[in-house]
Write a protein that binds this ligand. Structure first.
Ligand SMILES: Nc1nc2c(c(=O)[nH]1)N[C@H]1C(S)=C(S)[C@@H](COP(=O)(O)O)O[C@H]1N2
Ligand SMILES: [Mo]
Length: 258
């Protein structure tokens, strides 16, 4: 809870602009549905405006090797606290599999070696956290569109959901587990990658081993670490509180454009 309050304080500090300010001003626990609807539509406007102004495929700025930050904070979970994850890590993630299911033609499971054999992309980008810090890192991984292409999306597919290994809040029903989601525009963006390397090394546990999302035109919390499963859906109503992500269920905006 105190973590949430800290974040709220930062939001009130105004790093996110007008719509976030409005959102942070109301208590999510007694927020009424009409307010939520208005905020969600304002957020959709922001997303549409950004895509219109910058273009659907506009690239986030890329930097040079000399710009890479000497230190890059680990934020949120620094190591998932489960026996299952510890076992995977002990075996250098050789038995880890990325499961992809939901609205796909061919549900599949990929090993880390499988992903490393696919097309790779490297990008040096700036990570911006809503708490007010940024860092530049070099990320290598497989473009998400390549992986989605190999499973084939059904025509009803709308969102890509990333289910993670870590729980930020310990709950009996699993509602404290981290998850995130993006739409198909961002899923097909050239800089949206499933990263397995940072700064030329296999991803460390702190930064999300064995696989994390980079979705460069959005804020840090969208960049899901410890990805275990990707689910393709047409709505978020059946998961969490229905807002498409762990922090979204606690008041953050779903579209976190920078
Ligand atoms: N699974 C998972 N992904 C996560 C988080 C987390 O706690 N768990 N924190 C998010 C936040 S708020 C940020 S800023 C970045 C931090 O990434 P880093 O630890 O590599 O700096 O990861 C994001 N992805
Ligand atoms: Mo963050």
């Amino acid at each position: 809870m105190s973590h949430f309050l800290t974040r709220r304080r930062f939001l009130i500090g105004g790093t996110l602009g007008a719509s976030a300010l409005t959102l942070s001003g109301c208590d999510m626990l007694d927020q009424n549905a009409d307010v939520a609807t208005v905020l969600r539509s304002a957020e959709r406007l922001t997303m549409k405006a950004q895509r219109l102004l910058q273009g659907r495929d506009a690239l986030a700025r890329e930097f040079g090797e000399t710009d890479i930050s000497p230190s890059f904070r680990v934020n949120g979970t620094s190591a998932p606290d489960s026996d299952e994850y510890a076992e995977l890590a002990d075996g250098q993630f050789a038995s880890w599999r990325l499961k992809i299911d939901g609205l796909v033609n061919r549900p599949m499971a990929f090993s880390l070696a499988d992903l490393k054999l696919m097309t790779a992309r490297t990008q040096i980008t700036r990570h911006d956290c809503v708490e007010g810090w940024s860092a530049i890192g070099k990320w290598t991984g497989v473009p998400l569109w390549v992986v989605l292409g190999s499973v084939g999306l059904k025509p009803t597919a709308r969102y890509v959901v990333f289910h993670c290994a870590d729980e930020l809040e310990k709950t009996l029903d699993g509602s404290g587990r981290y998850y995130e989601s993006i739409d198909l525009v961002d899923a097909h963006h050239p800089q949206t990658i499933l990263a397995y390397q940072m700064n030329g090394q296999d991803l460390s546990i702190g930064h999300g081993a064995p696989l994390r999302l980079r979705v460069e035109r959005q804020l840090g919390y969208k960049h899901a670490k410890y990805i275990m499963r990707i689910e393709i859906v047409d709505s978020f109503s059946s998961m969490g509180a229905g807002n498409g992500g762990y922090w979204e269920d606690r008041g953050y905006e779903w579209y976190a454009g920078i």
